[in-house]
Design a protein around this ligand. Structure first.
Ligand code: BG6
Length: 484
């Protein structure tokens, strides 16, 4: 892993990048804008071509694809599609449709792109397609031998349960060696998630207290204000647990809970994360709240009696030496009060007996906690007690904050996806997930998938169903904390 946000030591090899699902939502919101931002930052290879691909029923001409990319970048990109940088980027975009039984247009497009680049560029396939299509696309890459000299980025969720994940692993490994496989979870590309490793392992202040002797509980809280945004078909088949928890929040948990790795190379980092997942106790369905926002069933494409959850809160236990007895609470949902992405570590309190009257804090005042806000640009706060000025020893809430925005000059601030696409081109798997990790997570999830409690309803703009308060008692959810 290149641990700084500065230019990597070397540029990626020349590449032909093929974007499967190029006409879809992810390509529009993240991948096309991200690739342009990488190009503008000078981080793409010297020579590259990008080929959009989709089934023939969604085929576009090169001209149409360039117009599609331009409007995606205009709407969602940080860097706008204008000037010489855009013209240069646009000149490298082409389109080649592919169906499992008719990959010819794509094969021709790849051949042309490789001829135009000369030499033997590497191929990078990004599978931004629904999980049900992974198998057939991978099979096609094998049959056509496009898989040679390539790497493949596979989107989440990898499978929908243990059996399907194992099956998918088998298909992927029949075509690709594991060293070519990059299972992406874009939360691992977020600066502030990687910074958890720096915070924990580079600081004498935090490293010694990161365990059950000093931490009472951990919250990983990712409420979202957006609803399903028209993604009924995807969401009905997936739900918030598969979309967010078994993927993003468990990966963040892995970083929060892991033992110090021998180094931050792919093997060591992923070995330690896998050990955390080995130590996770299978989900206890009594410690899960599944929610659905009022009005979800009225969304176009949603079944009128849908039991799909748009919200989940649950308690996890990491059954190892460091974390025994420390509950981890995870929460995420759509149509909630606020968009936030936080990890909060509750610290055990000293007795405070020498301070008569105790801290006397208002209910919105916090102390004895470390908060990591990992939404871009991210901040970290340590909340503690201090003596209030005055003649008596009265305590008040105080805070020390580090903010990415104020503290570093960002040369190449990259979004999660951008960072990870770059790492995949460089061949560094540190921030990508391994099949054993993923299969273990599905195994841990099995009790919930097999026996989900019924959904409880919550209001749009709330923090979830009432039952979440019992779930976390005697602790309390830290959000809302009044920060925007
Ligand atoms: C995606 C989920 O993986 O992550 C979405 O499918 C979710 O449902 C999104 O909204 C959140 O990502 P970000 O980049 O907004 O943190």
């Amino acid at each position: 892993m290149n641990s700084s946000s500065h230019t990597p030591d070397h540029a990626p090899d020349d590449h032909v990048i093929v974007l499967f699902g190029a006409t879809g939502d992810l390509a529009k919101r993240k991948l096309l804008p991200g690739l342009f931002h990488l190009a503008k930052s000078g981080l793409l290879p010297k020579n590259y071509q990008i080929i959009g691909s989709a089934p023939a029923s969604f085929a576009m001409s090169g001209e149409q694809f360039r117009a599609h990319a331009r409007s995606a970048v205009a709407e969602f990109g940080l860097a706008k599609p204008t000037g010489a940088d855009w013209r240069e980027f646009e000149s490298r975009l082409t389109f080649g449709a592919a169906d499992p039984d008719d990959p010819k247009p794509l094969l021709e497009a790849v051949q042309q792109a490789e001829e135009s680049l000369g030499g033997s560029p590497r191929r990078l396939f990004h599978l931004a397609v629904p999980p049900s299509a992974f198998g057939s696309v991978v099979g096609m890459l094998g049959q056509t031998r496009l898989a040679e000299n390539s790497r493949v980025i596979i989107e989440k969720p990898f499978g929908t349960d243990l059996a399907s994940a194992r099956k998918l692993t088998g298909i992927v490994h029949s075509v690709f060696d594991e060293s070519q496989v990059f299972r992406i979870d874009h939360f691992l590309g977020k600066e502030s998630v990687d910074n958890i490793l720096a915070l924990r392992f580079a600081n004498g202040l935090f490293e010694p207290i990161w365990n059950r002797d000093h931490i009472s509980h951990v919250q990983i809280d990712v409420p979202e204000a957006i609803s399903i945004e028209g993604r009924a078909q995807f969401f009905e088949g997936t739900g918030a647990f598969r979309d967010m928890i078994v993927t993003h929040l468990f990966q963040v948990l892995g970083f929060v809970a892991m033992e110090p790795p021998v180094s931050i190379t792919a093997k060591h980092l992923r070995d330690e994360k896998a050990k955390v997942f080995e130590a996770l106790r299978p989900i206890d369905v009594r410690k899960v709240v599944r929610g659905q926002y009022h009005g979800y069933r009225d969304e176009p494409g949603v079944a009128p009696d849908s039991q799909t959850e748009t919200f989940v809160a649950l308690q996890m236990s990491v059954d190892n030496w460091r974390w025994s007895g420390v509950p981890f609470y995870l929460r995420s949902g759509k149509s909630m009060a606020q968009r936030r992405q936080t990890v909060t570590l509750g610290l055990k309190e000293p007795t405070l007996r020498m301070f008569s009257g105790g801290p006397g804090l208002r209910s919105d005042q916090r102390c004895n906690e470390i908060v990591i806000d990992f939404d871009d640009p991210g901040w970290i706060a340590v909340r503690f007690l201090a003596k209030q000025p005055g003649p008596t020893m009265r305590l008040g809430a105080a805070e020390m904050t580090f903010s990415y925005d104020d503290s570093f000059h960002k040369m190449h601030g990259l979004e999660g996806y951008e960072r990870l696409i770059l790492e995949a081109m460089l061949g560094d798997q540190s921030l990508f997930t391994r099949s054993d990790e993923i299969e273990r997570l599905w195994e841990v999830a099995t009790p919930l998938l097999e026996d989900p409690p019924p959904v409880e309803f919550y209001d749009h703009g709330s923090w979830g169903p009432d039952a979440i308060r019992h779930l976390i008692a005697p602790h309390k959810w830290y959000l809302p904390d009044g920060r925007e």
